[in-house]
Design a protein around this ligand. Structure first.
Ligand SMILES: C[S@@+](CC[C@H](N)C(=O)[O-])C[C@H]1O[C@@H](n2cnc3c(N)ncnc32)[C@H](O)[C@@H]1O
Length: 247
């Protein structure tokens, strides 16, 4: 009886391409989601949410953003004034920035986050993290996770369908950091933002090429003709830094 049950479970797992590792992952992700939800209820300020994202961890999981804490906090304080309703993030990775963006978005916001499985500059995320990322919503929010290459025209078409003629209030570009990659993201998705909105780029500070790629070079070009600010703790920190363009 037990043997039959075990073999049918294994069959289902094979058919759904979910392995025992994924099952463990899903359990860890669900526990983390519950912990995060509970802890988030106690947060009052942006600093509280930021501290939570940077501190909460279990053995295999954390939602620590790949950002300098103080820099991302400044960006969040800019955004909370706008309470964006439509957000597109390119570069989900560990979900840290997605979590924090959901906290400053409006209660009925839609947040779309694109990541390329095994992509460069971070490597994407395993499927078992999806329940955790989906759990970031509060109020009537919706999170749409797009596992695809942002440069693929089909991805752009999918995003446009999700927006159905609405325009973005905030675009966060933190995906492919090569010069051509960041430029293409800006050209493809920058036209989806509405006037008086915000586009932000991560890793504008020169640093190790494997971390910042060609973002500093691209940023130096576009900031010339844009209404922009640079959120940088220290220009000698080697990478990080956020460039903000007011559209
Ligand atoms: C630096 S990480 C994002 C970090 C995240 N925003 C944070 O701070 O927690 C960059 C992510 O972009 C993804 N990526 C790289 N090239 C991409 C592409 N062409 N399309 C979509 N995602 C891409 C990588 O898979 C990686 O997970």
């Amino acid at each position: 009886m037990l043997r039959a049950l075990a073999s049918s479970v294994i069959n289902v797992l094979h058919r759904t391409l979910i392995g025992p590792r994924d099952i463990t992952g899903i359990v860890i992700a669900v526990i983390m989601a519950l912990k995060l939800k509970k802890a988030a209820l106690k947060c009052r300020t942006i600093e509280d949410f930021v501290n939570l994202a940077y501190s909460l961890r279990s053995t295999r999981l954390s939602v620590r953003p790949l950002q300098i804490k103080e820099e991302f906090s400044v960006l969040l304080k800019l955004l909370v004034r706008v309470r964006p309703k439509l957000i597109l993030e390119i570069g989900t990775a560990g979900g840290g920035t997605l979590f924090l963006l959901s906290r400053v978005a409006s209660s009925d916001a839609t947040l779309i986050s694109i990541d390329l499985p095994n992509g460069p500059f971070g490597g994407g995320y395993p499927k078992w993290k999806i329940p955790l990322y989906k759990s970031f919503v509060w109020g009537q929010q919706k999170i749409i996770l797009v596992e695809a290459d942002s440069h693929n025209p089909d991805t752009l078409e999918d995003i446009e369908k999700s927006l159905s003629d609405r325009k973005l209030d905030f675009l966060f570009v933190d995906g492919d950091h090569t010069y051509d990659g960041v430029k293409r993201d800006f050209e493809m998705y920058g036209r989806l933002v509405r006037p008086s909105s915000i586009i932000a780029f991560h890793d504008i500070v020169p640093g190790p090429p494997e971390n910042v790629g060609g973002v500093p070079e691209f940023w130096n070009e576009i900031k010339q003709n844009a209404d922009s600010v640079e959120i940088v703790e220290n220009w000698e920190q080697g990478g990080f830094g956020i460039g903000v363009v007011f559209v």
